[in-house]
Design a binder for this molecule. Structure first.
Ligand SMILES: Nc1ncnc2c1ncn2[C@@H]1O[C@H](COP(=O)(O)OP(=O)(O)OP(=O)(O)O)[C@@H](O)[C@H]1O
Ligand SMILES: [Mg+2]
Length: 288
């Protein structure tokens, strides 16, 4: 594939390890460096959507509609406060998708298909996955070029990881041979904690370069930002969390073959009522 776009799935079947926080904040950092970025919320919990203030998304087309073929993906794309970042929101409807997709042909390829005609409109696409290895996560792994795995340095972290890596191997052997492991991200790190240091050393010894150098520290500002509908970058750019996510984003971007000059974000669909007011802003004013 000659496309320069890079699709990342943020995956870990373990709950609360920082998938959404990482997807939300990394996409903000990419957008701040003027890379046309798309965040797809593939979790029925819709945490990534609400982190960008998209709480009334139910009135608009959502990722569910694109997966089920009720609309094209482009019509589910909405603006965010950052000019270079667009969002495909999730919502309650997605809860039923696992069951509804059972009877659908090639149900693991729904997201890949839906993304096909807009992948080239963005340089970076990031998919926030639910805490399971069900059909939604399989769709993300099938559509993605690379997996980013957030990991909390605690005792049971490694056990879940083995199962996740097996699943990635399975997908690679069938649905998506080009799938790579983009890297393991250490999240909510508390360097004063002995066990965390031990686990980190073990993970680094075992996975080497697959683990990103940058660690995301546990930082209250990071956990506060979503309730303000903002990524940490717009909430408190001087916080340790913001600095770390900027650094991690840079580390990830350094491994990508990005465009020069950067690609401009595509125009938003007029069919999506969410874009009635924000759509215009998004094409000229630049809050970044
Ligand atoms: N660096 C951090 N510092 C402090 N709190 C954090 C940090 N990263 C994440 N959190 C908090 O930890 C909790 C879990 O994070 P998050 O929602 O990102 O995990 P998740 O893997 O997406 O969870 P789920 O599996 O439910 O989707 C949230 O309350 C979040 O605010
Ligand atoms: Mg989440």
């Amino acid at each position: 594939m000659s496309s320069h776009s890079r699709v990342f799935a943020v995956v870990n079947q373990k709950g609360g390890v920082g998938k959404t926080t990482s997807a939300v904040n990394l996409t903000a950092c990419f957008a701040a460096s003027e890379r046309a970025t798309l965040l797809i919320d593939l979790d029925p919990q819709a945490n990534a959507s609400s982190a960008y203030g998209a709480t009334d998304a139910a009135r608009y087309p959502q990722v569910y509609d694109a997966l089920l073929g009720n609309c094209v993906m482009k019509d589910a794309v909405m603006a965010t406060e950052l000019r270079h970042l667009h969002l495909v929101p999730s919502g309650q409807d997605l809860v039923g998708a696992e069951i509804e997709l059972v009877s659908v042909l090639e149900r693991e390829r729904r997201l890949e298909r839906a993304l096909a005609d807009l992948r080239d409109d963005y340089e970076i696409i990031m998919i926030d996955c639910p805490p399971s290895l069900g059909i939604l996560t399989l769709n993300a792994l099938t559509a993605a070029d690379a997996v980013l795995i957030p990991m909390q340095c605690e005792y049971y972290a490694l056990e879940g990881l083995a199962r996740l890596l097996e699943t990635i191997e399975l997908v690679r052997g069938g649905l998506n041979p080009r799938l790579e492991i983009g890297g393991i991200m250490l999240t909510m790190v508390d360097t004063r904690n002995n066990l965390a240091r031990q686990v980190e050393a073990e993970v680094r010894a075992h996975f080497g370069d697959v683990v990103f150098r940058t660690r995301i520290p546990r930082n209250v500002r990071v956990s506060e930002a979503p309730s303000h509908g903002k990524p940490i970058l717009l909430y408190d750019i001087h916080s340790r969390g913001a600095v770390a996510y900027l650094e991690l984003a840079e580390e990830i971007q350094a491994g990508l073959d990005l465009r020069d000059p950067p690609l401009a974000p595509p125009p938003l669909s007029a069919f999506n009522p969410a874009n009635d007011s924000t759509g215009k802003e998004s094409s000229d004013g630049d809050p970044t």
